[in-house]
Design a binder for this molecule. Structure first.
Ligand code: DMJ
Length: 634
């Protein structure tokens, strides 16, 4: 014992010790103290001692614990702003919450903190990303300032609805109301017979799941959200939102199409968030985005088309060239949504993935400046020289010009790539038929197929949209090209018995703008032609586009409306409709939305403020360095 008197040893009081002994004694004490303090960390988490001695660790973004009980809000959720600020009305805009009627169920929903099922617990509320790709330790927690974003919009989301003479307004209003009624009917039929399923089958009056979405449900719900909002179908919007909150589960384990999940689900959720500020949409979009990331694990970083939600593996579509190709329109139509995922999560990984694709495509050799539809995600070589502005290629070009516009005209790389591609398309694919119809043919290693798919009819709108930023001496030319292509697509409708257009139409053997076989004569409620009418209307205000749009409305009513929803038809050249038993989700997302916008004022979802993704989901233009925070992605 230290205190015992030993002959020749120092006195018991430490203060009486000599210097080296004092030093040894202090060393011993400090060692003892360190040992005791360290032991605290080994106590179980629940230990009262631990809680008493150790202050709770400050929560870091992305480190929230998974709650034990599904449905319980995360602890971290209480610390981040409870919800984004309520949707700030843009100048002159009614606050959506003020539109609520006194009986709340009928009005716009009040913004509530959504319950978060267990599957969403990994979504970084504070922006933490996967494997160090999110904000670094010590960086401020992520938050998206929804209020600031909304205040930067140049126009009220729903427009001011004040222009036009009263007389013409009342006709347009009636037309708009009719389209709204069609949406209501489509939604209610879906709700009645197929709520929660991906699509409605109106003939058999049931739902269809399909195998494109990896086991996800409710594609029609997600695709409809923004259209319901836009048309002020408040009760229906609330039904859709409630379904998303309570039933849209992401813990599924099937194989999904990267492209389809992105444009429909992620696009739909992002738009719903930007329109309403409801955080449930943002959270689900980000979580779903994370589930798509394994598709990018390839030697080139060009994603494969199919991702397995269970194993995290990926593969190419079996039907592609050599069964191992990625498709231009698929991997080239992620850019808009993925930039917004980074913008809303603070996680750079999404933006990095699509920027890498862009760089890759910028550098790679292109035959005659054209982009073939198939590429190997392993070698990075084009697989076959098939070029099309219709299916397999279409929305890649669309996303170039829209990336430029969404960046508030700062993404010059996208702009350059778009105009270079358009020049090549004009040089090699655009033709005029003997009857004077302008069309975009398809290119197969140098030979042309003189046909245009219905899908390619979106290009009239795209070229119109891009005309204003072309070199000055080309602007009028592009406006005219857009008008001519749109006129050709109208012809494909007008030359049928139903006044609806076929899936593909040809220009050869004396035939012009008609399908040549039954297998190409179907119409599945596709939007591309009315999409172009909408853009051309906004650009020119030529009443012909509203006339043509109204012809489509009438034809849909006559040939596609059934007792239990809308259905496609198998032959547009037969006035006795043979329905296809499917109400496509894009009919609610796109066809009816574009028709509604065609009969609305230009400041409803103004093109100054919004770009539409390829499923017609509006995404905001970045009016400053950032849509909502410092260091924006867009
Ligand atoms: C939609 O899902 C999208 O527009 C996509 O780009 C291709 N076309 C369908 C509708 O026709």
């Amino acid at each position: 014992m230290l205190g015992r008197k030993v002959p020749g040893f120092a006195p018991a009081s430490p203060w009486a010790l000599r210097l080296p002994q004092k030093f040894l004694f202090l060393l011993f004490l400090s060692g003892l103290f360190t040992l005791c303090f360290g032991a605290l960390f080994l106590l179980p988490h629940s230990s009262r001692f631990k809680r008493f001695f150790l202050a709770p660790r400050a929560r870091q973004p992305g480190l929230e614990a998974v709650p034990e009980v599904p449905g319980l809000p995360l602890a971290g959720a209480r610390e981040s702003p409870p919800n984004p600020a309520p949707a700030a009305p843009a100048p002159g805009e009614e606050d959506p919450s003020s539109l609520a009627s006194p009986r709340r169920r009928k009005g716009w929903p009040r913004r509530t903190q959504p319950t978060r099922p267990r599957e969403e617990a990994t979504v970084p509320r504070g922006g933490g990303g996967s494997r160090g790709e999110g904000p670094q330790e010590g960086s401020p927690p992520f938050s998206f300032d929804f209020h600031a974003f909304r205040s930067r919009l140049r126009h009220p989301v729903l427009g001011t609805r004040t222009r036009g003479s009263e007389e013409s307004q009342s006709l347009v209003q009636t037309q708009r109301e009719k389209i709204k009624e069609m949406m209501q009917f489509a939604w209610q039929s879906y709700k009645r017979y197929a709520m929660g399923k991906n699509e409605l089958q109106p003939l058999t009056k049931d739902g269809y799941q399909g195998n494109m979405f990896g086991g996800l449900s409710g594609a029609t719900v997600i695709d409809s959200l923004d259209t319901l909002y836009l048309m002020e179908l408040k009760e229906e919007f609330q039904e859709a939102k409630t379904w998303v909150e309570e039933n849209f589960h992401l813990n599924v384990s099937g194989e999904a199409s990267l492209f389809e999940v992105n444009i429909r689900y992620i696009g739909g959720l992002l738009s719903a968030f930007y329109l309403t500020g409801e955080d449930v949409f943002r959270m689900k979009a980000i979580k779903l985005g994370e589930k798509l990331l394994p598709a990018f694990s390839t030697p080139t970083g060009i994603p494969k088309g199919v991702v397995n939600f269970k194993s995290g593996s990926n593969r190419s579509w079996g039907w592609t060239m050599t069964g191992s190709s990625s498709i231009l329109a698929e991997f080239g139509s992620l850019h808009l949504e993925f930039l917004h995922l980074s913008e809303l999560s603070g996680n750079q990984v999404f933006a990095e993935k699509v920027r890498h694709i862009r760089k890759f495509l910028r550098k790679i050799d292109k035959p005659f400046g054209l982009y073939p539809n198939f590429i190997s995600p392993v070698s990075g070589n084009w697989i076959q020289h098939h070029v099309s502005v219709g299916g397999l290629g279409d929305s890649f070009y669309e996303y170039l010009i829209k990336s430029w516009l969404m960046s508030a005209k700062t993404d010059t790389e996208a702009k350059d790539m778009y105009y270079e591609a358009l020049t090549a398309i004009e040089t090699h694919l655009v033709n005029v038929s003997p009857g004077g119809l302008t069309y975009i043919a398809e290119w197969r290693g140098g030979n042309l197929d003189h046909k245009m798919g219905h899908l390619a009819c979106f290009s009239g709108g795209m070229i119109a949209l891009g005309a204003e930023d072309a070199e000055e001496d080309k602007r009028a030319h592009y406006r005219e090209l857009a008008a001519q292509i749109t006129k050709t697509c109208h012809e494909s409708y007008d030359r049928s018995d139903t006044k609806l257009g076929p899936e593909a139409f040809w220009f050869n053997s004396g035939k012009e703008a008609v399908a040549t076989q039954l297998s190409e004569s179907y119409y599945i409620l596709r939007p591309e032609v009315v999409e172009s009418y909408m853009y051309l209307w906004r650009q020119t205000h030529n009443p012909i586009y509203r006339e043509w749009g109204w012809e489509v409305v009438m034809a849909l009513e006559k040939y596609c409306r059934t007792e239990a929803g809308f259905a496609g038809i198998q032959d547009v050249y037969s006035s006795i409709p043979n329905h296809d038993n499917k109400q496509q989700t894009f009919f609610l997302a796109e066809t009816l939305k574009y028709l509604y916008l065609l009969f609305s004022e230009d400041d409803m979802l103004s093109l100054e403020d919004w770009v539409f993704n390829t499923e017609a989901h509006p995404l905001p233009v970045n009016h400053s360095d950032s849509a909502g925070r410092v260091g924006g992605q867009l």
